[in-house]
Design a protein around this ligand. Structure first.
Ligand code: RP5
Length: 162
Protein backbone atom coordinates (compact mmCIF):
# COMPACT_ATOMS: atom_id res chain seq x y z
CA UNK A 1 0.00 0.00 0.00
CA UNK A 2 1.24 3.49 -0.86
CA UNK A 3 2.08 5.75 2.07
CA UNK A 4 -0.50 8.55 2.45
CA UNK A 5 2.14 11.28 2.47
CA UNK A 6 4.84 11.94 -0.10
CA UNK A 7 7.73 14.09 1.06
CA UNK A 8 9.58 15.51 -1.92
CA UNK A 9 12.57 17.84 -1.96
CA UNK A 10 14.66 19.58 -4.53
CA UNK A 11 18.03 18.25 -3.41
CA UNK A 12 19.81 15.85 -1.09
CA UNK A 13 20.88 18.98 0.81
CA UNK A 14 17.22 19.59 1.74
CA UNK A 15 17.00 16.31 3.64
CA UNK A 16 18.55 17.80 6.81
CA UNK A 17 15.41 19.98 7.01
CA UNK A 18 12.85 17.62 5.52
CA UNK A 19 13.82 14.73 7.77
CA UNK A 20 11.98 16.60 10.53
CA UNK A 21 8.75 16.23 8.57
CA UNK A 22 9.42 12.52 8.14
CA UNK A 23 10.29 12.06 11.82
CA UNK A 24 7.17 13.92 12.97
CA UNK A 25 4.96 11.78 10.74
CA UNK A 26 6.65 8.63 12.03
CA UNK A 27 6.02 9.75 15.63
CA UNK A 28 2.32 10.03 14.73
CA UNK A 29 2.24 6.64 13.05
CA UNK A 30 1.84 8.08 9.55
CA UNK A 31 3.87 6.45 6.79
CA UNK A 32 5.66 8.62 4.24
CA UNK A 33 7.69 8.16 1.08
CA UNK A 34 10.66 10.38 0.39
CA UNK A 35 11.83 11.42 -3.06
CA UNK A 36 14.31 13.88 -4.49
CA UNK A 37 12.48 15.72 -7.27
CA UNK A 38 14.07 18.88 -8.61
CA UNK A 39 11.98 21.31 -10.64
CA UNK A 40 15.19 22.59 -12.26
CA UNK A 41 17.47 19.59 -12.54
CA UNK A 42 14.94 16.79 -13.02
CA UNK A 43 11.86 18.42 -14.61
CA UNK A 44 10.77 15.17 -16.28
CA UNK A 45 10.87 13.42 -12.90
CA UNK A 46 8.76 16.22 -11.43
CA UNK A 47 6.13 15.85 -14.16
CA UNK A 48 6.01 12.07 -13.82
CA UNK A 49 5.78 12.20 -10.04
CA UNK A 50 3.18 14.96 -9.77
CA UNK A 51 1.01 13.66 -12.61
CA UNK A 52 1.00 10.17 -11.09
CA UNK A 53 0.81 11.05 -7.39
CA UNK A 54 -2.96 10.79 -7.02
CA UNK A 55 -3.25 7.54 -8.96
CA UNK A 56 -0.33 6.18 -6.92
CA UNK A 57 -2.47 6.60 -3.80
CA UNK A 58 -0.84 9.57 -2.10
CA UNK A 59 -3.23 11.86 -0.21
CA UNK A 60 -0.94 14.77 0.61
CA UNK A 61 2.36 16.04 -0.75
CA UNK A 62 4.89 17.93 1.36
CA UNK A 63 7.40 19.69 -0.87
CA UNK A 64 10.57 21.33 0.40
CA UNK A 65 12.78 23.50 -1.77
CA UNK A 66 15.24 26.34 -1.42
CA UNK A 67 16.34 29.39 -3.38
CA UNK A 68 14.26 29.84 -6.53
CA UNK A 69 11.91 27.25 -5.07
CA UNK A 70 9.57 26.24 -7.88
CA UNK A 71 8.98 22.68 -6.74
CA UNK A 72 5.87 23.17 -4.54
CA UNK A 73 4.12 25.45 -7.03
CA UNK A 74 4.90 23.30 -10.07
CA UNK A 75 3.79 20.20 -8.19
CA UNK A 76 0.52 21.89 -7.19
CA UNK A 77 -0.02 22.88 -10.82
CA UNK A 78 0.18 19.23 -11.87
CA UNK A 79 -2.01 17.57 -9.22
CA UNK A 80 -5.23 18.25 -7.31
CA UNK A 81 -3.74 16.77 -4.15
CA UNK A 82 -3.06 19.21 -1.30
CA UNK A 83 0.52 20.48 -1.45
CA UNK A 84 2.26 21.91 1.59
CA UNK A 85 5.43 23.86 0.85
CA UNK A 86 8.42 24.10 3.14
CA UNK A 87 10.88 26.91 2.38
CA UNK A 88 14.42 25.64 2.95
CA UNK A 89 16.77 28.03 4.76
CA UNK A 90 19.12 29.00 1.93
CA UNK A 91 22.69 30.18 2.53
CA UNK A 92 22.49 33.37 0.46
CA UNK A 93 19.22 34.82 1.75
CA UNK A 94 18.41 32.74 4.84
CA UNK A 95 15.33 31.21 3.21
CA UNK A 96 13.49 34.46 2.51
CA UNK A 97 14.03 33.74 -1.19
CA UNK A 98 12.55 30.25 -0.71
CA UNK A 99 9.62 31.63 1.28
CA UNK A 100 8.75 34.28 -1.31
CA UNK A 101 9.12 31.77 -4.14
CA UNK A 102 6.65 29.40 -2.49
CA UNK A 103 4.15 31.63 -0.72
CA UNK A 104 3.12 34.16 -3.33
CA UNK A 105 1.13 31.88 -5.65
CA UNK A 106 -1.27 33.57 -8.04
CA UNK A 107 -4.93 32.77 -7.34
CA UNK A 108 -5.98 29.39 -8.70
CA UNK A 109 -3.16 27.04 -7.70
CA UNK A 110 -2.79 26.85 -3.92
CA UNK A 111 0.32 25.87 -1.98
CA UNK A 112 -0.10 25.80 1.78
CA UNK A 113 3.12 27.50 2.82
CA UNK A 114 4.80 26.82 6.14
CA UNK A 115 7.61 28.57 8.02
CA UNK A 116 11.23 28.57 6.89
CA UNK A 117 13.31 25.54 7.87
CA UNK A 118 12.75 22.97 10.61
CA UNK A 119 9.62 24.60 12.15
CA UNK A 120 8.01 24.54 8.72
CA UNK A 121 8.94 20.91 8.14
CA UNK A 122 7.52 19.85 11.52
CA UNK A 123 4.35 21.88 11.01
CA UNK A 124 3.85 20.56 7.48
CA UNK A 125 3.80 17.07 8.96
CA UNK A 126 1.38 18.11 11.72
CA UNK A 127 -0.88 19.77 9.19
CA UNK A 128 -0.80 16.69 6.97
CA UNK A 129 -1.65 14.53 9.97
CA UNK A 130 -4.54 16.86 10.90
CA UNK A 131 -6.03 16.54 7.43
CA UNK A 132 -5.65 12.75 7.41
CA UNK A 133 -7.12 12.60 10.94
CA UNK A 134 -10.43 13.98 9.64
CA UNK A 135 -11.14 10.51 8.30
CA UNK A 136 -8.98 8.46 10.68
CA UNK A 137 -10.19 8.28 14.27
CA UNK A 138 -7.10 6.45 15.56
CA UNK A 139 -4.79 9.05 14.07
CA UNK A 140 -6.96 11.79 15.55
CA UNK A 141 -6.39 10.24 18.97
CA UNK A 142 -2.63 10.07 18.41
CA UNK A 143 -2.61 13.73 17.38
CA UNK A 144 -4.45 14.73 20.56
CA UNK A 145 -1.97 12.69 22.62
CA UNK A 146 0.99 14.28 20.79
CA UNK A 147 -0.31 17.75 21.62
CA UNK A 148 -0.99 16.85 25.23
CA UNK A 149 2.55 15.57 25.60
CA UNK A 150 3.83 18.87 24.19
CA UNK A 151 1.64 20.84 26.61
CA UNK A 152 2.66 18.70 29.58
CA UNK A 153 6.33 19.28 28.78
CA UNK A 154 6.06 23.04 29.36
CA UNK A 155 7.21 23.94 32.88
CA UNK A 156 5.19 26.48 34.85
CA UNK A 157 8.28 28.43 35.86
CA UNK A 158 11.72 28.85 34.31
CA UNK A 159 14.64 27.07 35.91
CA UNK A 160 16.89 29.68 37.46
CA UNK A 161 20.61 29.08 37.17
CA UNK A 162 22.54 28.96 40.46
C1 RP5 B 1 17.05 23.84 -4.69
O1 RP5 B 1 18.34 24.34 -4.68
C2 RP5 B 1 17.03 22.78 -3.65
O2 RP5 B 1 15.74 22.64 -3.13
C3 RP5 B 1 18.03 23.24 -2.63
O3 RP5 B 1 17.42 23.82 -1.49
C4 RP5 B 1 18.83 24.28 -3.37
C5 RP5 B 1 20.32 24.00 -3.38
O4 RP5 B 1 20.53 22.70 -3.90
P1 RP5 B 1 21.99 22.05 -3.89
O5 RP5 B 1 22.87 22.96 -4.68
O6 RP5 B 1 22.42 21.95 -2.44
O7 RP5 B 1 21.82 20.69 -4.50
O8 RP5 B 1 16.70 23.34 -5.94
Amino acid sequence: MTAPVAIIMGSQSDWETMRHAAETLTALGVASEKHIVSAHRTPDRLFAFAKGAKAAGFKIIIAGAGGAAHLPGMTAALTELPVFGVPIESKALSGVDSLYSIVQMPAGIPVGTLAIGKPGAVNAALLAASVLALSDRALSGRLVAWRKQQTDAVAERPEESA
